[in-house]
Ligand binder design. Structure first.
Ligand code: ADP
Ligand code: MG
Length: 626
């Protein structure tokens, strides 16, 4: 890190001018059609308009874009936005143009003449916001161009979106982001902003120091996403469970299904498609053209389900993803939170659903064992997995546990997760645990053998399989001591004992050994509480269900909503933009329930600013009047 950096005045020295607030609000109303700032947006916007730097940690869907877009529109000059995903820049720019903002992008997909036109417009001061790929900023010619813009029509703000990409320890590290550090402070008087949805303190610290933003205003918002309903269910037949979730609760909705392997991605997508779901695969092994086409279909068409590996999702701004489903357990709570966070960015109800089973635990342990990396790295991965398993097995409120993980403890249960909606019953599993541990111990002591879950459950249940007979395991004193618990029951017990550290997956083959707490449990010194895996409907819907966006509307509003949706699809197709660029679901919902009858009333609907009123006002009014 260079010591010769320019330190900007701490923002706390600059009182936000009331004039800035009203100019910001005016732009928020007129351009975006939003009534008020959400959460801490206003605070950030004021600080940046006053000339200060800002580091902004807000969850996905909180509205980080507004935090830099408004200052860019209020301050003199062009706002420079670094965004890592070229494939998505186009949509970001389209969405801005749709509200009348003069937006451009600069990336490697452009022809020379397109680039020259953007450069001309920049130097002429005709651009409100320019999106740029990080690698372009290492280019001397581009830096020179920006210097001339700064000296001429001006740069209003330098915003680094997805700023966690600068973190070398994160999942999304981009070397090009490191080079951004020497641009910070290059244009005196131009506020720098770093924005990310990453919630961990470690990433916050790392990006702050790498980007020299120690003196910036730091805004860490609440990471709660109250509209997301968290549900984690025992895995029986994940494809069937998933299909049930989609059919019962998310028919025709856009969704993302995460699976661990490319193979599982392709199979699941094909299986769903054969059952009438509009499902398509996405993973890094697909041909680049197919990948781009599938991503674009997901973004543009209504109600597409993409089945993907975790390679999919960062920077996807689609606001109306109604569910995110995991059919394999994620490697960490951080990953789970980021992936589920892609649901419900528009603030409307959405579901985060995970099916989780014994096999997941065994497989993840195996991945860690086999991974290259030193002991410290493996310990970190193990700790990550353990936190994730604890979230899966908790009998308490999932949201409380999630927020506590991110150091944002709350003192009340959320009422919108499965454990709140259908409280989990627990039972004293101490004796069952002792039976299971004795089996492991006897195999080791008497036979010098280690086995995996299948064989141990067969021994406990007293099942004379060929393998049991081959090893004469029916002669063990523990043979059949657990016949009172079903096979499914034992798998549930075992899964929970592994999660609690009572049993350990000992090696690559998934054989079992005693965990750290094993000896104490065997001696009766540590009681074990287990949850009853409810034999509820297999998608775990419980008694209440997440409402599809329009399901709770009365019949006539629902009909109107569907009419508006069909009209929107036509508009989107005609213009070649995603449907949400025309209007978001939240706006359609408000139109269908409030039914404004004239332009004045129409402009009071959230999401309808001046440009959209002009463009679509007559169409919408005539649909509403029909
Ligand atoms: P983030 O980048 O934080 O994930 P976005 O900037 O993509 O979130 O915004 C998420 C959604 O919230 C968008 O659909 C956006 O239009 C909407 N939004 C942002 N700010 C407001 C606001 N003040 N009022 C209403 N909707 C808002
Ligand atoms: Mg964003």
């Amino acid at each position: 890190m260079s010591d010769a950096r320019v330190t900007l005045a701490p923002v706390t020295d600059v009182l936000p001018a009331p004039a800035a607030t009203s100019a910001a609000l005016e732009v928020l109303h007129r351009v975006f059609g939003f009534e008020s700032f959400r959460g801490r947006q206003g605070e950030v916007v004021d600080a940046v308009i006053a000339g200060g730097d800002a580091v902004v940690l807000m969850p996905t869907g909180a509205g980080k874009s507004v935090c830099f877009q408004i200052p860019a529109l209020v301050r003199r000059g062009t706002g420079l936005v670094v965004s890592p995903l070229i494939a998505l820049m186009h949509d970001q720019v389209d969405a801005l143009r749709a509200v009348g903002v003069r937006a451009e992008f600069l990336n490697s997909t452009q022809s020379i003449s397109e680039r020259q036109e953007v450069e001309r417009a920049l130097l002429a001061g005709e651009v409100d916001l320019v999106y740029i790929a990080p690698e372009r900023l290492s280019n001397d010619a581009v830096r020179g161009l920006l210097d001339r813009v700064a000296a001429g029509p001006g740069l209003s703000v330098f915003a680094i979106d997805e700023a966690h990409c600068v973190s070398q320890w994160g999942h999304d590290f981009r070397p090009d982001y490191l080079a951004l550090a020497d641009l910070v402070g290059r244009w005196p008087g131009v506020p720098t902003m770093a924005l990310t949805a990453t919630a961990t303190d470690a990433t916050h610290k790392e990006l702050t120091s790498r980007l020299h933003l120690e003196n910036a205003k730091h805004v860490v918002a609440s990471f709660d996403r109250p509209n997301i309903q968290y549900r984690i269910v025992p895995k029986d037949d994940p494809k069937q469970q998933l299909l049930k979730l989609i059919q019962d609760e998310h028919k025709g909705d856009a969704g993302i299904v995460y699976a661990l392997s490319r193979n599982a991605v392709e199979q699941t997508a094909a299986w769903l498609a054969a059952r009438g779901v509009d499902a398509i695969p996405y993973h890094a092994g697909l041909d680049a053209r197919i990948r781009a086409a599938n991503q674009s279909r997901f973004l543009r068409d209504d109600g597409v389900v993409v089945v993907a590996t975790i390679a999919f999702g960062m920077g996807i701004d689609k606001p109306d993803v109604r569910f995110v489903a995991h059919i394999d357990v994620p490697k960490s709570v951080e990953g789970y939170y980021q992936e589920t966070g892609r649901a419900g960015r528009d603030g409307l109800p959405a579901t985060a659903w995970l099916a989780y089973g014994l096999q997941d635990v065994v497989q993840q342990r195996r991945f860690i064992d086999q991974s290259v990396g030193d002991a410290a790295h493996k310990r970190k991965q193990t700790a990550n997995l353990e936190s994730m398993l604890a979230l899966c097995e908790t009998v308490g409120c999932r949201r409380r546990q999630l927020l506590a993980y991110f150091d944002q403890p709350t003192d009340h249960d959320c009422g919108n997760c499965d454990t709140c909606l259908v409280p989990v019953e627990t039972w004293d599993g101490s004796v069952a645990a002792q039976k299971l541990l004795s089996t492991i111990v006897r195999l080791q002591r008497e036979r010098n053998q280690r086995f995996g879950a299948g064989q141990i459950v067969d021994i406990l249940r007293g099942k004379r399989t060929p393998r049991v007979e081959q090893h004469q395991h029916d002669e063990l004193s523990v043979f059949g001591v657990g016949a009172d618990i079903s096979e499914r029951g034992w798998r549930s017990v075992l899964r929970q004992l592994i999660a609690q550290g009572v049993v350990q997956v000992a090696d690559d083959y998934g054989t079992l050994g005693l965990g750290a707490l094993g000896p104490a449990v065997l001696k009766g010194e540590h009681p074990v509480r287990l949850r009853h895996d409810l034999e509820r409907s297999s998608s775990g819907a419980g008694s209440k269900r997440a409402a599809p966006v329009a399901a709770d509307l009365d019949e006539s509003s629902h009909e109107l909503f569907e009419k508006l949706r069909a009209w929107r699809a036509g508009q989107a197709k005609e213009q070649g933009v995603p449907a949400y660029v025309v209007f978001g679901d939240a706006t359609l919902r408000a139109l269908a329930t409030e039914r404004p009858q004239d332009r004045a009333a129409l402009s009071g609907i959230s999401g309808i600013g001046a440009a959209k009123l002009e463009r679509y006002g007559d169409d919408v009014l005539s649909i509403l009047a029909a």
